[in-house]
Design a protein around this ligand. Structure first.
Ligand code: ZN
Length: 433
């Protein structure tokens, strides 16, 4: 099972100055930055997925998820995604580079943002090895398997559009002599309707199917979908899971003959999860998680800035506490001593992150104790000193500090590496049984 990372221009500056908290003079975003596969050996994934909606602005689509500038889009299409992502050379030339439409970006619209022709041309110009047909997300998956007639017309439309697009997409990809391996995207309102969609896609000629709309679904529902699918499709048909957000349950899904899946969740957890910010493999298998130590930049943190503006906090005092917390954390890393005073310095500063929350003093005190317990465990067990990955070797204690993109994304890249190894070991175990 191949793990693909869904890239959203995630790179960091290898020359970032952690002590001064700045890039070196003249630093050029992207050009001087490096992707995880450039910083880490082995690379922390088996392939990359790029969503069209992250690259190209669609006409009439508000809430745009576009992350590429126009000139970046043009360069990707001129040079190909492999060169743009610096994911080529002997090391990576055979790795998967998949395109999809990023259907969540236009989910509110009655029709997908791009036509099958536009999508096919985009994948071809970007030189993807694999490309998914343009789908339209159906949100609810009803495990009681209601018939089509019980569903509202909007759901029929989405189902029919996804199937019609897949048919046209396959036809024009064939006419271009297969510039990439096409994947038929599956959407449905229930496990059985998704299985029916899969069978119809197979009949059209697809050998690789992409199961979409998984992001909001519960793990049990995903199991039901895959069970229904496997009952009716050919054993040799490949399955890709699009946007598999329940990354830490992937070991449960090894029995369905899944060829590949993509996820961003190990990277995002580094700075979006409340407490599972740093991944580490348990000695006996499985993943362990640690809270990162939040020491945000006083003058960049919106909550702290608000307090300063309203005159509730003094910016000098905050910056002094911030400095003390950072110094304490680094000294603790070097010496392993004075755990309690390190905790004090950090929580004194963190108090200001919690102050003013709804719930009053009692809730504040409770939140602070909770945060302190989480940090205590991280400090006691020093997970960042137990990881030998390229990121942790280079960044040291900075990787566990929750503070601005260069630390937070590094921690995310480390998580990808841990996760990738976890997936590989899980699969090894299965195949040796
Ligand atoms: Zn690491």
């Amino acid at each position: 099972m191949k793990f693909l990372y869904s890239d959203t221009q995630d790179y960091v500056d290898p020359a970032y100055d952690f002590l001064g908290d700045r890039n070196p003079p003249g630093h050029k975003r992207y050009w001087d930055d490096q992707y995880a596969h450039e910083l880490m050996d082995p690379a922390p994934y088996d392939g990359l997925l790029v969503s069209m909606s992250a690259v190209r602005q669609a006409e009439g689509v508000a809430n745009s998820k576009v992350r590429y500038s126009t000139s970046e889009e043009q360069r990707m299409l001129r040079d190909g995604a492999r060169k743009f992502l610096r994911y080529g050379g002997p090391k990576f030339k055979d790795n998967m580079l998949m395109g999809d439409c990023g259907a969540f970006a236009y989910v509110e619209h009655p029709r997908p943002a791009y036509s099958p022709m536009e999508v096919m041309e985009f994948y071809t110009d970007a030189c993807f090895t694999h490309g998914c047909s343009p789908d339209h997300i159906i949100f609810d998956c009803d495990t009681s398997n209601p018939p089509r007639s019980a569903m509202p017309p909007g759901v029929h439309d989405r189902y029919d559009i996804t199937q019609a697009n897949a048919r046209e997409f396959l036809k024009i990809t064939e006419a271009e002599d297969w510039p990439f391996e096409p994947l038929g995207a599956i959407q449905g309102w229930s496990p059985q309707s998704m299985a029916q969609a899969a069978v119809d896609l197979e009949k059209m000629g697809y050998r690789y199917l992409a199961v979409g709309g998984l992001v909001p679904l519960k793990v049990e529902v995903i199991h039901q979908v895959l069970k229904e699918l496997r009952l009716v499709i050919k054993p040799e048909t490949h399955i890709h899971l699009l946007g598999f957000a329940k990354a830490d349950t992937i070991h449960e899904f090894t029995g369905y003959g899944v060829t590949s899946f993509d996820s961003t969740s190990p990277l995002l957890a580094a700075f979006k999860d409340a407490k599972k910010n740093y991944y580490l493999e348990k000695p006996g298998g499985g993943l362990d998680y640690y809270a990162a130590v939040r020491i945000p930049q006083a003058l960049e943190n919106p909550r702290l800035m608000q307090g300063i503006k309203e005159g509730r906090f003094s910016s000098e005092a905050l910056q002094k506490m911030e400095r003390l917390a950072l110094d304490a954390m680094r000294a603790y890393h070097r010496t392993g001593k004075a755990l309690d005073s390190t905790l004090d310095a950090i929580t004194e500063y963190q108090h200001f992150l919690i102050k003013g929350n709804a719930g009053g003093d009692a809730a504040e005190a409770k939140a602070l104790v909770k945060q302190r317990d989480l940090i205590r465990r991280t400090l006691e067990e020093k997970p960042w000193q137990r990881c030998g990955c390229d990121i942790c070797k280079q960044a040291g204690v900075e990787v566990i500090i929750f503070r601005a993109s260069n630390r937070n994304k590094r921690r995310g890249m480390h998580n990808l590496g841990v996760y990738h190894r976890h997936v590989q070991r899980t699969l090894d175990k299965r195949s040796s049984k």
